[in-house]
Design a protein around this ligand. Structure first.
Ligand code: ZN
Length: 156
């Protein structure tokens, strides 16, 4: 079977609704923004959609939802804005994450990478790792175990 393109993987997670919004139906963060695994790292789905259509988003710029649907990835409903009070929009991926991998943070005292996942609102500790890639693999394995619909890591 031919490997799916990144666009096909993305579009498979989108539901076109009658109101014109293209709703992300895969993983979202606690604030309702969709996550998409771009092949290297998790990114926000609406930002990925915007940059796929318009090119890379300049540093320091935010993508604003004109339709107020956070899970919407319809590029016609997205516009680029300067970073303002919108900071909460980027907090989930960037805040509390120093590794670039979701669920993997540097533990200062242990001097190791700490892997954990969140399931049903509870934090589940996966383990400490010397190698960041091992930590990331462990997080993905744990997510696959706990989450029955883990499109973030499975679809590739
Ligand atoms: Zn929309």
């Amino acid at each position: 079977m031919a490997r799916k393109t990144i666009e096909e993987r993305f579009n498979a997670k989108v539901r076109m609704d009658a109101d014109g919004c293209h709703r992300w139906v895969a993983c979202t963060n606690s604030e309702g923004y969709g996550y998409f695994w771009d092949g290297t790292r998790p990114v926000f789905a609406h930002r990925w959609a915007y940059s796929a259509a318009h090119g890379e988003i300049p540093k320091g710029m935010d993508i604003d939802h004109m339709c107020w649907n956070k899970e919407c990835v319809n590029v016609e409903h997205l516009r680029i804005t300067t970073r303002k009070q919108n900071l909460e929009n980027v907090s989930a991926l960037q805040g509390n994450n120093t590794s670039g991998y979701q669920g993997v943070t540097w533990h200062k005292h242990a001097r190791k990478w700490c892997a954990r996942i969140k399931h049903n609102g509870k934090r589940i500790h996966v383990g400490y790792f010397n190698d960041i890639n091992e930590a990331n693999d462990a997080v993905i394995e744990a997510r696959n175990k706990y989450f029955t619909h883990n499109d973030l890591d499975r679809a590739s």
